[in-house]
Design a protein around this ligand. Structure first.
Ligand code: COS
Length: 384
């Protein structure tokens, strides 16, 4: 759903220009220093990038899903670390509050997330609970009007920067699965929270993850999202449905960028007396990449429009995440191949992107989890 084509065109133009003129020139510096310069972050805030999906009444741009994925196509045409910084506030860091929070929770947190004043993070994964998210062990024990949260969360994106965490914790130890889980909003300054050291990752330098350790961290009962126990796993799954679609759009944008770089290189690089782009074996890699990117783009737009129409897109979001992230991996591989030796050295972006995009097939649900979600939903629908 596009609410106002003219406003959207202006937004897409300014994001495109910002990516080309500010973010791309900073890519190498971010990769080398593992830091996004504060001046760049300030520009991201000024553009409204932290509040793309937050409703206007809470200070955001209130983009529809279709509009949001179109912005994601553009913002992903540069180092994924930039997108990662704004990603949690638009996605997994804010959506739990937005989808299931009380009005007071929304008013308290969303305006500051939309402006980028505070960063939100989503704490689901644990050392022993990754793909099997429902088995999480972090406990929240009732203590009068409060809960005491204890446990360790792992690989939490933007945790080093975050001021507020959506924490999934077990409020009912008698229920081993998903129904015993509640989602809490926990502020960074609360006593009993410690951060582990920042993880050394394969790629996406400039985007940070670390452990978040809770030890008798005391939060008021009003910190439960929506005020009701036992809803936290469902909240997390709904957040991930949207998140997976967003990541699929990011995969499209990143693949478009890698293909543009590979095409330019193939047209410049001369071998056997002509540009390598003239060779049909190179052309096959270019054409396959173009075709697969087009397919992923169409899928993402279709699923986004369905979500805007109010449809349940759990299956489609997983289809998009599965296809687009695997496609992105294939394009990354071909981009390195087209660059030849130049694709293996860090002078060219192909090598960095190859490492950066590897994460897309893993986080917000691995490709195998997407397959499982798709097939389970198919079986459920057939049984209904
Ligand atoms: N929207 C709303 N509710 C959902 C849902 C969705 N997309 N998916 C599941 N639920 C509900 C189910 O309906 C079920 O509710 P009832 O008990 O009332 O029937 C409940 O949540 C539990 O669902 P399910 O039985 O399917 O849970 P499982 O433990 O079998 O696990 C998977 C489901 C594997 C799909 C889930 O654990 C998952 O997505 N794992 C990957 C986690 C992940 O993406 N981690 C990445 C890190 S976070 S960035």
């Amino acid at each position: 759903m596009i609410r106002d084509q003219e406003t959207l065109t202006l937004l897409l133009d300014s994001v495109r220009r910002f990516v080309r003129e500010v973010l791309v020139p900073h890519e190498q510096e971010v990769a080398e220093t593992d830091t996004i310069p504060p001046a760049v972050v300030a520009q991201m805030r000024a553009l409204g990038l932290f509040g793309l999906s937050v409703p206007e009444q809470y200070g955001g741009l209130e983009l529809s899903m279709e509009e949001e994925v179109m912005v994601a196509f553009e913002i992903a045409r540069t180092s994924p670390a930039f997108r990662s910084l704004i990603g949690t506030n638009n996605g997994i860091g804010s959506q739990g509050i937005l989808l299931d929070g009380t009005e007071a929770q929304k008013q308290h947190y969303l305006p500051r997330m939309a402006s980028g004043e505070i960063i939100g993070a989503f704490a689901l994964t644990e050392p022993g609970a990754g793909s099997d998210a429902g088995s999480l062990q972090t406990a929240a024990v009732r203590d009068g009007d409060h809960y005491l949260i204890s446990g360790t969360k792992r690989f939490i994106t933007n945790a080093p920067e975050a001021s507020v965490f959506t924490v999934m914790a077990r409020t009912d130890p008698a229920k081993k699965g998903a129904s015993g889980v509640s989602a809490f909003i926990v502020e960074r300054g609360t006593p009993g929270i410690a951060l582990g050291k920042t993880d050394k990752k394969m790629g996406q330098r400039g985007a940070h993850t670390c452990d978040v350790i809770f030890e008798n961290c005391r939060v008021p009962a009003s910190a439960i999202i929506g005020g009701k126990e036992g809803m936290g796993f469902k909240t997390a799954m709904k957040v991930l449905d949207k998140g997976r679609l967003h990541i699929a759009a990011v995969c499209v944008g990143a693949a478009e960028r890698m293909l543009a770089d590979a095409l330019r290189y193939a047209m410049e690089r001369q071998q056997f007396g002509q540009p390598i782009a003239e060779f049909q074996l190179i052309q096959a890699m270019l054409a396959d990449s173009k075709t697969e990117i087009y397919a992923a783009r169409c899928m993402v737009l279709d699923a986004a429009r369905r979500r805007d129409n109010g449809e349940d897109i759990s299956t489609e979001a997983s289809c998009c995440k599965l296809f687009a992230s695997e496609m992105c991996g294939r394009v990354a591989d071909r981009s390195v191949q087209i660059h030849g030796g130049a694709g293996y050295v860090s002078e060219y972006a192909a090598e960095r992107f190859y490492r950066d995009v590897r994460l897309f097939r893993i986080y917000e649900g691995t490709s195998q989890i997407q397959q499982l979600v798709i097939a389970r939903n198919m079986i459920k629908a057939a049984q209904a």
